[in-house]
Write a protein that binds this ligand. Structure first.
Ligand code: FES
Length: 106
């Protein structure tokens, strides 16, 4: 199990145990984290699963792919550590990952 913490814009924390192989988006949905909409179900075609990877973790997650970058153009308030959470696969190296949920999805 890999620990992932989601922090809402008001500071509310959601600490979850994620299955390796699932995505950060799927883990949020399974744990009822508010603010992750995921309209397209993980197909990288909606940008409503936008998160800010905590700066300390951005090297570990890596940046977005070209396709993801194109979709991020449709997200609200994109920042240097923005990712689409459906494109981050949970793995051992991400144990302890912290992501921040935007105030709203685009
Ligand atoms: S769930 Fe649609 S882009 Fe991630």
């Amino acid at each position: 199990m890999t620990k992932i913490t989601y922090i809402e814009s008001d500071g509310t924390r959601h600490e979850t145990e994620a299955q390796n192989g699932a995505t950060v988006m799927e883990t949020a949905i399974m744990n009822g984290v508010p603010g992750i909409v995921a309209e397209c179900g993980g197909a990288c075609t909606c940008a409503t699963c936008h998160v800010y990877v905590d700066e300390e973790w951005f090297d570990a997650t890596g940046g977005p792919s070209h396709m993801e970058e194109d979709m991020l153009d449709f997200a609200f308030d994109v920042r240097p550590t923005s990712r689409l959470s459906c494109q981050i696969k949970v793995r051992d190296e991400l144990d302890g990952l912290v992501v921040h949920v935007p105030t709203r999805q685009g």
